[in-house]
Design a binder for this molecule. Sequence first.
Ligand code: CP3
Length: 373
Amino acid sequence: MTPRTAAYDRAVTADPQSLVPVRGPAAADPRLVDAPLLRAARGEAVRHTPVWFMRQAGRSLPEYRALRQGVGMLESCRRPDLVTEITLQPVRRHGVDAAIFFSDIVVPVAAVGLGIDIVPGVGPVVADPIRSDADLHRLPDLTPEHIPDIAESVRLLVAELGGTPLIGFAGAPFTLASYLIEGGPSRTHVKTKALMHGDPELWNALCAKLAQISTAFLKVQVEAGASAVQLFDSWAGALSRADYERHVRPHSAAVLDAVGRLGVPRIHFGVGTGELLVSMAQAGADVVGVDYRVGLGEAITRLGGRYAVQGNLDPALLFAPWAALERETRRILAEGGAAPGHLFNLGHGVLPETDPDVLTRLVALVHEASTRE
Ligand code: CP3
């Protein structure tokens, strides 16, 4: 239980819940104004709880695996024909309430010229990691000219999607920095934490650069028509709250503040972040992503009931008998009712071995169980 001290309550209430006014792309397309996902993100009443899944586009779908035959991951992210088709596949198949832009958190750093690849079964691998001041020059600012294909993909998608919102996304500075400093995925983040504490100046310079890159990547997506964004700080749960607030949050806040000015709802997500939920909300989130390690009701309590939440079915439960999955889903829907808005999702991404028919059935259950007259 989080101690409910007066200081905690002040911290929660001092942060104004930004009920995002309808501006930007949602204002432009009247079909989006009433999209359940955008209404729930703004804390407005919905006709049913919206549902989408992190990693809904990807290896659980045979039609995705067929399209990706012989095409590298990063290449597939830069081809508007593939990006649009892959993004649309789960929307057609499952009837989810949002599309998530098919890309990867390392696409913008690759676009500015950093040598990086996504190795199947491993993740992002950086040939020559960033570890000194001299390495920083390998990360120039991201400009729209680096990624004309991203704007094109978003425009094509928005035209196809009609009243279904497109969620744009980027990696948060800490999670990106970890890949760049470690050279690849890390369980312990030792080099990252050593740099954070040993050379705070270099750490801040690197994170400020990554904040610029992520902000520019998100701006391109929103200006081309994405109607919500998610900032993925997947590995923030590896940090203490003190380290998060001192060394990481200011950089994520810079990204979220800049995107907030574009008028789209901002979802902020990390894995294992039960202890960081309030801090991550205060970074400038409209919707706080909750992973499956903390109960949704408990997460809402920790957030003082002031934020919309997203989550948080354990992706492993998609392999459980239907009765167990249904029970958990109904519990999460009931608990989500205590927040100003609830976006149903998994607590982390769809696992590659998941039976896609279970996802389709789950979408129908969420809609049916949450429909309000
Ligand atoms: O459907 C969606 O969610 C949209 C697509 C998406 C991908 N990556 C595609 C992808 C999104 C939102 C991401 C974000 C991303 N990338 C994150 C944050 C989300 C999270 O899981 O916490 C992170 C940490 C990465 C870095 C990354 N890229 C990892 C860890 C991996 C998996 C490596 C593996 O093969 O197991 C990737 C590769 C990746 N990104 C794949 C997909 C569909 C698999 C590559 C393939 O299909 O060959």
